[in-house]
Design a protein around this ligand. Structure first.
Ligand SMILES: Cc1cc2nc3c(=O)[nH]c(=O)nc-3n(C[C@H](O)[C@H](O)[C@H](O)COP(=O)(O)O)c2cc1C
Length: 128
């Protein structure tokens, strides 16, 4: 997963894409923000990536303002210590993306992103 994230950070900076990914070992929840064409192209590549399976698009929304513009791709490994946060985000104490509502999922991602190193140059120039 570290390789995926390192590569994503480099590529996303080039394409003005930002976001956050959390991984429990079993499940992944990721948000991507940026230009709609760039995101569509990236999602098509991610869908075909054989390093994971059962990719589901939970939501695609036009946002007035990005929530993740400071992170070229934040990353957090979900563990037992996140049980309370997962429950507060509207899910069970395990990461179960298909059972979360979108607001809960975004709140969880943002909460965990805040503990990540920020890149002051990420997302610069992107219309919000
Ligand atoms: C869970 C997961 C998340 C990924 N997220 C990104 C991402 O945010 N940005 C990215 O460029 N590639 C991401 N990738 C990698 C892409 O699937 C793909 O390998 C990459 O876009 C290849 O294109 P490139 O070599 O031109 O960068 C992700 C892969 C996986 C498995």
């Amino acid at each position: 997963m570290t390789q995926v994230i390192d590569h994503a950070r480099i590529r996303n900076r080039e394409r003005d894409i930002t976001g956050m990914l959390v991984w429990s070992g079993d499940a992944i929840l990721q948000v991507l923000e940026g230009d709609i064409d760039a995101i569509s192209a990236l999602f098509a590549r991610i869908e075909k990536d054989t390093r994971h399976r059962d990719v589901v698009l939970l939501a695609a929304v036009k946002a007035d303002r990005g929530r993740f513009w400071r992170w070229p791709m934040g990353f957090a490994r979900i563990g037992p210590e996140h049980g309370d946060l997962l429950v507060r985000s509207g899910g069970s104490d395990q990461l179960a993306p298909l059972q979360m509502n979108i607001e809960g999922a975004l709140d969880l991602l943002e909460e965990l992103a805040k503990a990540q190193p920020e890149d002051p140059d990420a997302g610069v120039g992107r219309p919000l």
